[in-house]
Design a protein around this ligand. Structure first.
Ligand code: NAD
Length: 272
């Protein structure tokens, strides 16, 4: 599979599709999942301290034959770890678990009210010290981004948010694009809840692809980085085979038209 790359505004290159590992068990499950994913061409792995599988991610990487510099590893600082000193400590803990010399991308997992600006100062410090190649945020709405952008030294390269055909996030994507912030999509497949949708099925049939592949292709053509999760080798392979066809403008518009502004995950304005 020919996974392309996208250049972030600080010059770092990042694969355009990745593997999400939320709810993948630490131990053999994560090691086997990452090894199959690497065989199918995945190079971007998205974990978080909250997922409690950073050790397994690190082990899987060390036991693979893929050179470190080809990989792009993301982890995140959890809500209870926010604040300047706490975040620096949380980063060290994540790095000890991952056993990596450097991290590719560190994200603020959620915009914890009254905390995220201090947390961001810690990410800036980690970036300036060369411990992480790029820093970004997750689950930031436009108002959080505006607040951050007017109070930062380093700008976030990415905003990772829930984004799938039922949650188009048009206004937020527009703002991010104006600010040169790449959008990354979590739950890109709505956790599999929407794959029977007739429009997706008919587009899939036309291309000889599956609805999951149509959805991921839709993300790519919108220049959004999807990070689908699976532990099933056949699905990992299926989710990676999205670089050999193209959706027409009309098909893209039909999929956009499925939007219902429907979140399955938490609303970032209503978290602890
Ligand atoms: P997802 O949309 O990737 O759905 C994964 C589920 O869809 C799988 O468990 C499986 O049941 C099904 N599936 C996967 N491939 C399929 C296929 N080809 N055909 C049929 N069914 C298939 O949902 P997710 O795991 O919530 O999100 C992906 C990743 O995003 C996570 O693993 C995590 O890394 C990240 N994430 C981040 C946040 C955040 O707050 N930043 C929140 C949730 C998830």
């Amino acid at each position: 599979n020919n996974f392309g790359k996208i250049k972030l505004h600080n010059g770092v290159e990042m694969p355009v599709l990745g593997l999400g590992v939320y709810k993948v068990e630490d131990g053999t499950q994560i090691e086997e999942t990452i090894h199959s994913a690497l065989d199918f061409g995945y190079r971007l792995i998205d974990t978080a301290s909250f997922y409690e599988n950073e050790e397994g991610v690190g082990r899987a990487i060390r036991n693979s034959s893929v050179p470190r510099e080809e990989l792009f590893i993301t982890t995140k600082v959890w809500n209870s770890e926010q604040g300047y000193e706490n975040t620096l400590r949380a980063f060290d803990q994540s790095m000890e678990k991952l056993e990596l010399d450097y991290l590719d991308l560190y994200l603020v997992h959620w915009p914890v009210k009254g905390m995220y600006l201090e947390t961001w100062r810690a990410l800036e410090k980690l970036y300036q010290d060369g411990k992480v190649k790029a820093i970004g945020v997750s689950n930031f709405k436009t108002h959080h981004l505006k607040d951050l952008l007017s109070n930062c030294q380093e700008r976030p390269v990415i905003n990772q948010v829930e984004l799938h055909p039922l949650l188009l996030q048009a206004e937020l994507r527009n703002f991010c694009s104006q600010q040169d912030i790449v959008v990354e999509a979590w739950s890109p497949l709505s956790r599999g809840r929407f794959l029977d949708e007739p429009i997706l099925r008919s587009i899939a049939e036309r291309h000889g692809k599956t609805p999951a592949q149509i959805i991921l292709r839709w993300h790519l053509q919108h220049e959004i980085i999807p990070i689908p999760k699976s532990i099933t080798p056949s699905r990992l392979k299926e989710n990676a085979e999205v670089f050999d066809f193209q959706l027409s403008q009309q098909e893209m518009a039909e999929i956009d038209g499925l939007n219902k502004n429907q979140r399955f995950g938490a609303d970032p304005d209503h978290i602890d």
